[in-house]
Design a protein around this ligand. Structure first.
Ligand code: ATP
Ligand code: MG
Length: 783
């Protein structure tokens, strides 16, 4: 116990050892909020203030929940499963499985993820003759989710200002269909769980009597309904009841989910309604070196809407924040990967490095460069494993085995592999099912003619799976499903199917891993999974929907972490790159018109900066290909807001012709922007002269833009396109291509050998004869 407290500073200690009352810890990034929250749980248990079963802790991601449990179990022997630790969605799912009857759900209710939800909206619109040109399904989806987050059912939903009552009517249809299908979308998990508590006093009382200690991390990003859910569980304001302790930690400067309904006003409401008095403040930052912290503080000082906090560190100044500006996104990626490599060579593990970006679309070029250079990376929160088509297909069979009313799953696989069930048959089924209020699966039984036999084949498969799911252990059932559904054979026959088969095998491993994890939890358990009415299959299917792509990297894999800034919240890394610091990208173009949105973008940048422990790089590109178009941007306004004394602008004076090295430190690729160009900024000592290089050509920065365009831009563009072609298709050159080398002059490609880093071009130069050139090095000199 003393160990536990000794490692904390006095303010942290005071927070951890608070009595059984409610508190708000309001503190900046890296000040130990999450650590305080975990330590408090340990303290409550060790000092016998609480049994594990009395604790409910809310984390922002599944991964954070898992880490918290792991940390706790290393601190002490603890009955992990008796504690409820998870995300709001995870906890609500757990509660709904236990009380599905009262909640009006089948035991085996399916969870629709965002894309399932969108398909359902589209399907419902179509079935009701509402064209998706008139109303965008995505807008409808957002409307439904916003309503649910406000706690509003369709009957109480507001009339959309522009759309009149149409959205509300679609919401109403959607609500009915979901009930019939026994399915919950993400927002529904919360709303239903809230209603369950609200409408069932006995259940509410049970949990109020149970969870004496409620702890919430990242409180600034809770939405209204989540706050109401917490309030219900706390029993605050109920006459004659001593409310449970709610211990909330948060940072208003890191509130970045307003667009998703998060309500930073919850903090003020909490202080008022729970009679908090003064929030506890933590001011010492333990994460970042001085320059990084000062840069973050300097940036966020530009926001006007702040509760106000100070942050200081005992750590030294450390390195300045490096800023690197590249001519194009491809060069930016090359620079990032080069730098990653340098740090790796000096001993920084890959998994201690993160590349952050504002938009998911930015990851493609980065990923291509990592792949090309053979450096392991994983995209955190990117396309989830469970979102891959082949995985969704297999999961859909399992979902149907679990719940035949799951129309989303039905539609996905009824004709996959192809069984000759055509669009016409499906349409008839949908109409029939809709008219009769039954599931598509049940509607199959009424089909006539040739279609009937085909549908019967499908039904027989599902019926077989329904039997097997209770007989086979989970991982065997996964294998059996893949086989029996015909998916295995389908991918075996597909010449490009091997990766998909590989992923399906990975699904079996995921199932095995899932069961093992549950089993470990259960060792010192009285409450088992089954007590919670969740079979292994149900648990696994919930996991498939709720897992947010946080565990892409295999646990033991040392890989660079790529993620959006949003996904990086709460995490920390020794080395961080924030990429794409261009106006319109970061801050995002949508935010530029409104000060409120701009302040949210600035908070996002604040989150990004404060992820770094030791080294931080900020990069930008003058030219970027996004969504199929090339955009030219100027540097982000946020760069100008960072205190100059904490930055070091990197630039690359030209390299010499004789130098074939790929090493930046010796001036390798020589990109940068001159002072005075639209990309330059305040004077930098790094600039030794006005000459700079783009793609192997020396320009004088005084050269007019139009001349650069004619003399250089075109060639450079061609070269860049070739690099892009390479990223997408392998070698950018094929035999017979003519090219121009800076040193050897014009030549014809004879052949190409190898790929990626090893790609070698054999070129016959008109003047200098045949040469084998390593493309990786030569690329900067050819056009
Ligand atoms: P964020 O706002 O980004 O979520 P946070 O306030 O939750 O940050 P933590 O992640 O809890 O901060 O802590 C940041 C880092 O500082 C962690 O590595 C943590 O272990 C370390 N740390 C926190 N408190 C102390 C302390 N008293 N002594 C040493 N290290 C500490
Ligand atoms: Mg934290």
């Amino acid at each position: 116990m003393n160990d536990l407290l000794d490692s904390l500073n006095p303010e942290q200690k005071a927070a951890v050892t608070l009595g059984e009352k409610s508190a708000l810890i309001l503190a900046g990034a890296g000040s130990g909020k999450t650590r305080v929250l975990t330590s408090r749980i340990a303290y409550l248990l060790q000092s016998d203030m609480a049994y594990p079963s009395e604790i409910l802790a809310v984390t922002f991601t599944n991964k954070a929940a898992k880490e918290m449990l792991t940390r706790l179990s290393t601190m002490m022997p603890v009955n992990v499963r008796a504690m409820w630790v998870g995300t709001f969605h995870g906890l609500c799912n757990r509660m709904l499985r236990l009380h599905h009857n009262e909640a009006g759900l089948p035991a085996s209710f399916a969870i629709l993820d965002q894309s399932d939800q969108l398909s359902a909206v589209k399907r419902i619109m179509k079935a009701n003759g509402i064209s998706d040109e008139e109303f965008k399904p995505r807008e409808v989806q957002n409307y439904i989710n916003r309503c649910k987050e406000e706690g509003l059912r369709a009957k109480d939903a507001p009339i959309n200002f522009q759309r009149g009552s149409a959205f509300r009517e679609i919401y109403d249809l959607y609500e009915k269909i979901l009930i019939r299908e026994g399915a919950c979308d993400f927002a529904e998990l919360l709303l239903r769980s809230y209603e369950l508590l609200k409408n069932h006093p006995l259940i509410l009382e049970h949990y109020q009597n149970r969870f004496h200690f409620i702890l919430i991390d990242e409180f600034q990003d809770t939405n209204k309904l989540q706050y109401r859910w917490i309030k219900l569980l706390s029993g605050i304001g109920e006459p004659g009841r001593r409310p449970n302790s709610v211990f909330a930690v948060g940072d208003d400067d890191q509130s970045i989910y307003a667009f998703r309904g998060a309500n930073v006003g919850n903090m003020q409401d909490f202080v008022r309604e729970f009679k908090i008095g003064e929030p506890i403040r933590l001011e010492q930052n333990y994460r970042s070196q001085g320059n990084i912290l000062d840069a973050a503080n300097g940036l966020i000082a530009n926001n006007s809407q702040r509760l106000g906090k100070k942050l200081w560190t005992e750590a030294g100044e450390g390195d300045k924040v490096r800023v690197y500006s590249a001519p194009s996104d491809v060069d930016e990626a090359a620079y990032v990967v080069d730098t990653v490599k340098e740090y790796a060579d000096l001993g920084t593990p890959y998994k201690e490095m993160a590349i952050l970006y504002r938009s998911n679309a930015q990851s493609r070029v980065l990923e291509a460069e990592f792949t090309r250079r053979g450096i392991p990376y994983s995209v955190y929160g990117g396309l989830r494993f469970f979102d891959r088509a082949e995985i969704k297909n297999a999961i859909s069979y399992m979902r149907l085995a679990e719940n035949t009313a799951d129309d989303s799953a039905f539609l996905r696989v009824v004709n996959l592999p192809a069984r000759g069930i055509g669009a016409k048959t499906i349409e008839t089924l949908i109409n029939f099912a809709g008219d009769n209020g039954i599931s598509l699966y049940d509607a199959c039984g009424y089909a006539k003619g040739a279609a009937a036999a085909k549908l019967e084949v499908f039904r027989a498969i599902i019926e077989d799976l329904r039997e097997k799911k209770d007989e086979l252990p989970l991982s065997k059932f996964v294998d059996y499903t893949v086989e029996k559904s015909g998916l295995k054979e389908m991918y075996e026959l597909d010449p490009n199917g091997s990766e998909r088969l590989e992923n399906l095998r990975e699904l079996t491993s995921a199932a095995t891993g899932y069961v093992d994890a549950e089993a470990i939890d259960e060792e010192d358990e009285e409450e088992s999974v089954r007590d919670e009415n969740m079979t292994a299959l149900q648990g696994f299917l919930s996991h498939a929907s709720l897992e947010a792509g946080e565990n892409q990297a295999k646990a033991d894999q040392d890989a660079v972490q790529l993620m959006t800034v949003h996904a990086s919240k709460g995490l920390e890394f020794n080395l961080v790159f924030i990429t794409g610091l261009e106006d319109g990208l970061f801050p995002h173009g949508n935010s530029m018109g409104s000060n409120k949105d701009l302040e949210e973008e600035r908070r996002l940048m604040y989150v990004a900066i404060t992820r770094a422990r030791k080294n931080l790089y900020i990069t930008l590109a003058e030219r970027r290909m996004l969504h199929g178009t090339t955009r030219y941007s100027s540097q982000s306004m946020f760069l100008r807001e960072l205190p100059e004394e904490n930055l070091k602008w990197l630039s690359k004076p030209g390299y010499t012709d004789s130098d074939d090295s790929d090493d930046y430190s010796s001036g390798g690729s020589g990109y940068g922007f001159a002072r005075g160009s639209k990309f330059s900024r305040r004077g930098s000592s790094d600039w030794s002269n006005n000459n700079y290089r783009e793609s192997g050509r020396t320009y004088n920065s005084n050269m007019p833009e139009w001349a650069k365009g004619i003399l250089g831009g075109k060639l450079e563009k061609q070269q860049e396109n070739k690099i892009r072609a390479k990223i997408d298709n392998g070698s950018p050159y094929k035999s017979g291509d003519r090219l121009l080398h800076e040193k050897f002059g014009a030549g014809t490609v004879l052949s190409t050998k190898g790929v990626g880093e090893e790609l070698v071009l054999q070129i016959k130069f008109d003047r200098s004869g045949v040469k084998d050139l390593l493309y990786r090095i030569a690329k900067k000199k050819i056009s």
